[in-house]
Design a protein around this ligand. Structure first.
Ligand SMILES: C[S@@+](CC[C@H](N)C(=O)[O-])C[C@H]1O[C@@H](n2cnc3c(N)ncnc32)[C@H](O)[C@@H]1O
Length: 264
């Protein structure tokens, strides 16, 4: 819940509460951004044009511009409420623009202000896409990146070959989350309730609930449908190579997540 009528300060409060909420699920979230941006510096040059794919509130764009002030960023998302926070936050920064597009739409790249980018970056987003739309997206991304450009995807990626390690890591994570919840950590549903209560965000939040569902109400399947989607490093690297990328490999991992890098 915002506590100020000063809008720039309010946007920053929404950014901060988004970060805390996401970090409750992923305490190593900043670490993956650090490795991601190390590779942008290594592969994309000192003033890269970057596509922040499924940008949400623009977290990657924020970390990018802090690290590489000469970069430019296009953020793409379809969530009106998260885009409202993103556009409000970067309203006075002419290095940044945001585009509303659905990444499963075959023509979504037409909405972009540039034909090619030096880097495409994304985090905690592509697990929302089913297998075939994600495969099609990877093919389209190879057309959006210049030759030698880099794609970096940090997301939930499992390795089912180690069930005891996975179960122990999951139990450890659940214990931490329960502890932090007892200390007041805000989850996804509570964060969205607060957004809907902000008079400035209530209308985009209502549109978001119509488009993507209302996170304040748990999914009837408990989210199990999502878990059938591709999540292994091997699927991502093989599909990126099929889509025309010259190289693809994991460059960072945790027990539940990985960062995959691919060079076009
Ligand atoms: C958990 S958020 C992550 C946002 C940001 N990358 C971050 O790390 O904070 C996932 C984002 O994916 C976006 N998204 C999911 N499906 C999408 C689609 N089909 N087209 C565009 N954006 C999508 C959601 O709207 C949301 O902003």
């Amino acid at each position: 819940m915002t506590t100020t009528t000063d809008r720039p300060a309010a946007w920053q409060q929404w950014q901060d509460s988004w970060d805390r909420q996401q970090e409750w699920y992923m305490p190593d979230r900043e670490e993956r951004f650090r490795v991601m941006l190390d590779l942008v510096e290594a592969l994309a040059g000192p003033a890269p044009a970057v596509l922040d794919l499924a940008c949400g509130t623009g977290t990657i764009t924020d970390r990018l511009l802090r690290r590489i002030p000469g970069a430019r960023s296009t953020g793409v998302d379809l969530d009106p409420a998260l885009l409202a926070i993103a556009t409000g936050t970067f309203a006075t920064d002419d290095r940044v623009e945001f585009v509303t597009a659905d990444l499963t739409d075959p023509d979504w790249t037409r909405a972009l202000p540039r034909r090619t980018y030096d880097a495409v970056l994304t985090a905690t987003a592509l697990h929302w896409l089913d297998t075939e739309p994600l495969r099609a997206l990877y093919h389209r991304l190879s057309g959006v990146l210049r030759e030698g450009g880099v794609f970096l995807n940090a997301d939930h990626m499992a390795d089912a070959s180690a069930p005891r390690i996975n179960a122990a890591a999951r139990a450890h994570t659940e214990a931490r989350m329960a502890r932090e919840r007892a200390e007041g950590a805000q989850d996804w549903a509570a964060w969205w309730s607060a957004v809907a209560d902000d008079p400035v965000l209530a209308e985009p939040a209502r549109r978001r609930f119509g488009l993507l569902g209302d996170p304040r109400t748990p999914a009837p399947d408990g989210g199990t449908a999502r878990r059938a989607r591709p999540t292994t490093v091997e699927w991502h690297t093989a599909t990126l190579r099929e889509a025309g990328f010259a190289e693809a490999r994991a460059v960072w991992c945790s027990p539940s997540d990985a960062l995959v890098a691919a060079v076009r």
